[in-house]
Design a protein around this ligand. Structure first.
Ligand SMILES: *[C@@H]1O[C@H](CO)[C@@H](O)[C@H](O)[C@H]1NC(C)=O
Ligand SMILES: *[C@@H]1O[C@H](CO)[C@@H](O)[C@H](O)[C@H]1NC(C)=O
Ligand SMILES: *[C@@H]1O[C@H](CO)[C@@H](O)[C@H](O)[C@H]1NC(C)=O
Ligand SMILES: *[C@@H]1O[C@H](CO)[C@@H](O)[C@H](O)[C@H]1NC(C)=O
Ligand SMILES: *[C@@H]1O[C@H](CO)[C@@H](O)[C@H](O)[C@H]1NC(C)=O
Ligand SMILES: *[C@@H]1O[C@H](CO)[C@@H](O)[C@H](O)[C@H]1NC(C)=O
Ligand SMILES: *[C@@H]1O[C@H](CO)[C@@H](O)[C@H](O)[C@H]1NC(C)=O
Ligand SMILES: *[C@@H]1O[C@H](CO)[C@@H](O)[C@H](O)[C@H]1NC(C)=O
Ligand SMILES: *[C@@H]1O[C@H](CO)[C@@H](O)[C@H](O)[C@H]1NC(C)=O
Ligand SMILES: *[C@@H]1O[C@H](CO)[C@@H](O)[C@H](O)[C@H]1NC(C)=O
Ligand SMILES: *[C@@H]1O[C@H](CO)[C@@H](O)[C@H](O)[C@H]1NC(C)=O
Length: 522
């Protein structure tokens, strides 16, 4: 839901053909990048001819891997590559941003690298490698679904009665049916699980003629990476997973994220203590938490002049200001303003449509990966998970990213039977940050327990992911991909590195870790 602005387009037509015929391909169709520009770059001021290191390909794979490929059982994967001369190997990129959900557009990242656009810096240090960016199935150039939200927008409140839950599930069903009816090939909506995505990756790897693939995985890209490492151990090179997501029980995931959300709000308070521009700064430690409670009380009271509800306040904390790279400064301002009677930074209606559009499509893969694990898909089960979750949310923020996904999944029509345990022998590098709310740091512990030969890098600070936070954690990640050297144990202000078999220290007190750019704060 973070809006991203692109420069105006001045595309030159009749651009040159840059694909290469000399590359070995088994079934790959190389296409002209100039006529296959990824959606996020369509409005960018690109320079033609495109760099010769940029390649765009297509590969047909089975839609349903349990059956042979046929005219009614295939999809086309779209991918791009940055291929430098004398490549040192293949790195698969899976950078999942915005709300951090699975799927989404990926192909533009090779372009960012080849054209040195703004995000190329994330990959600095890896220039000698072939960089592969495959759009995940169901997105963009890989058989994008065609779905319609109609006039449905999400409310910032969870269903509180059985009939509200049923009505919500019916709306999910209508949306899912629109995908089923209008997407091609018929049946694709059932085949968008991560299990299938990693099989796609393996087909592309093999078609490119590589035995070994390295992996640069962020957020849900870590889950795909772990699944690949579990399913294709013989092809696993260096797997670097940053902002680790892994599956566990519904209760584990949701409880961990409630705890992370509360920690993140406490970090906002710590930020205010260190930020002279924070309007609550002079009130000292605890003032942000107090302002949150005051805003909730004001919004709940019938004598208040505001039309914002307590749930609107909770929504903004959970889904606007703390998600992704948290915006503590604006959150602190918003809460302060509300206590002064100005609710403009907590106004939900203008957000509803963008928010709905950014989160509902995550269901298409997330629910296939997750719904099979919904322990109890009754209203009682739904209430129970909120009740158990509340135990990890003493501040009472209540609204929660994973709980939104959980609610969507209670109504998604398809489930997939997957095994949530994924033992991995490979030595990977797992990166987490103490105060990441999207992928709570507890999930990195869970992954580490399943991948015991891996090194765990704990960055002390904020944000979802360390790929864009210069410092020891990012360096460990890039050096491992570039050289294969596992990072050595260290204990520094902004990162602690744990070798296999060591024991992680408890999550630090949010006030004890410094705030500021080195901690990831803008
Ligand atoms: C696009 O590129 C052209 C030529 O380099 C330049 O003149 C123009 O200002 C650029 N436009 C934008 C919006 O950046
Ligand atoms: C292409 O494939 C052939 C035969 O499989 C192999 O000998 C050759 O090394 C490959 N070339 C490249 C660039 O991978
Ligand atoms: C894939 O499906 C299309 C039609 O949907 C068909 O034209 C094409 O031949 C199929 N490809 C393969 C390899 O079966
Ligand atoms: C890429 O762009 C950055 C600034 O955006 C610049 O510092 C760097 O030198 C550029 N790299 C190349 C290879 O042009
Ligand atoms: C949304 O659309 C449906 C039919 O498409 C209609 O019945 C309903 O009244 C609409 N709701 C609103 C709030 O516009
Ligand atoms: C998407 O589905 C709608 C409704 O069925 C249809 O009108 C539209 O042409 C489809 N778009 C694409 C790109 O297939
Ligand atoms: C506010 O008013 C609504 C209905 O008008 C009522 O249900 C609710 O209990 C009132 N809340 C408070 C805190 O007085
Ligand atoms: C409250 O009312 C104002 C003015 O009508 C409107 O702009 C705003 O969106 C409303 N906010 C909520 C939460 O309904
Ligand atoms: C309310 O807060 C917003 C955002 O901080 C600010 O731009 C606006 O001027 C404030 N309105 C009033 C009436 O103070
Ligand atoms: C597991 O990993 C270790 C070290 O990383 C390696 O020595 C061993 O051969 C691996 N075992 C299997 C079964 O792959
Ligand atoms: C790292 O250092 C801090 C303080 O200097 C200490 O509290 C913590 O226990 C150390 N962690 C490890 C794993 O040694």
């Amino acid at each position: 839901m973070r809006s991203i602005f692109f420069a105006t387009t001045f595309l030159s037509l009749g651009a040159s053909h840059v694909w290469s015929q000399s590359l070995n391909n088994t079934g790959i169709r190389w296409v002209d990048c100039a006529t296959n520009i990824p959606a996020p770059l369509k409005d960018t001021n690109l320079t033609f001819p495109l760099p010769s290191a940029l390649h765009c390909g297509r590969l047909d794979v089975p839609m349903d891997y349990s059956k042979p490929m046929s005219a009614s059982n295939n999809i086309t994967l779209g991918f791009t590559m940055f291929r430098p001369p004398n490549s040192r190997g293949l790195i698969n990129l899976q950078v999942i941003l915005t709300l951090g959900g699975p799927g989404q557009e990926v192909a533009s990242y090779s372009w960012e690298i080849a054209l040195n656009l703004s995000r190329a810096s994330w990959f600095a240090g890896l220039e000698g490698y072939d960089m592969l960016a495959i759009d995940t199935r169901g997105w963009d150039s890989s058989n994008a679904l065609n779905c319609s939200l109609g006039n449905w927008t999400l409310s910032p409140s969870f269903p509180s009665t059985e009939s509200e839950l049923k009505a919500f599930q019916a709306a999910v069903g209508v949306y899912a049916q629109s995908c089923i009816d209008s997407s091609t090939p018929a049946g694709i909506v059932q085949h968008l699980s991560s299990d299938e995505t990693v099989q796609d990756w393996d087909r592309v790897r093999a078609a490119l003629g590589y035995d070994i693939m390295h992996h640069f995985g962020i957020s849900y890209g870590t889950y795909y990476g772990a699944l690949y490492a579990h399913m294709f151990p013989e092809h696993v090179g260096r797997f670097a997973l940053d902002a680790v997501f892994t599956t566990g029980s519904n209760v584990d995931l949701i409880s961990a994220q409630y705890a992370a959300l509360d920690r993140s709000l406490v970090r906002s308070d710590a930020y205010c203590v260190n930020d002279p521009a924070c309007p609550l700064h002079s009130q000292g430690k605890g003032s942000v938490l107090q302002a949150f409670n005051t805003a909730i009380d004001l919004a709940s009271s019938n004598s208040s002049t505001t039309n914002a509800t307590a749930d609107d306040v909770r929504f903004f904390v959970a889904m606007r200001y703390l998600v992704g790279n948290p915006d503590f400064a604006t959150l602190n301002q918003a809460l302060y303003d509300a206590t002064q009677g100005n609710w403009s930074l907590l106004d939900y209606p203008p957000f509803a449509a963008t928010y709905t559009l950014s989160i509902v499509p995550i269901a298409q893969t997330y629910c296939l990966d997750y719904r099979g694990y919904i322990d109890d898909n009754t209203f009682e089960g739904y209430q129970n998970i909120l009740k158990v979750g509340a135990e990890s949310d003493p501040i009472g923020i209540k609204y929660l990213f994973f709980m939104v996904l959980h609610t969507l999944c209670t109504g998604w029509p398809y489930t997939a039977a997957s095994n949530p345990k994924m033992p991995i022998n490979a030595s990977m590098v797992l990166i987490t940050s103490d105060f990441d709310y999207n992928t709570p740091t507890e999930l990195a512990d869970l992954e580490w327990s399943q991948a015991p030969n891996s090194v765990l890098v704990v960055r002390h600070g904020d944000d979802h992911g360390s790929y864009d936070v210069p410092g020891p954690a990012r360096s460990a990640f890039i050096d491992f991909l570039a050289t294969g050297n596992l990072p050595a144990a260290t204990n520094q202000t902004f990162a602690t590195i744990y070798e296999p078999g060591s024991k992680r220290a408890p999550i630090p007190d949010p006030y004890s870790v410094p705030t500021g750019p080195e901690a990831g704060d803008m």
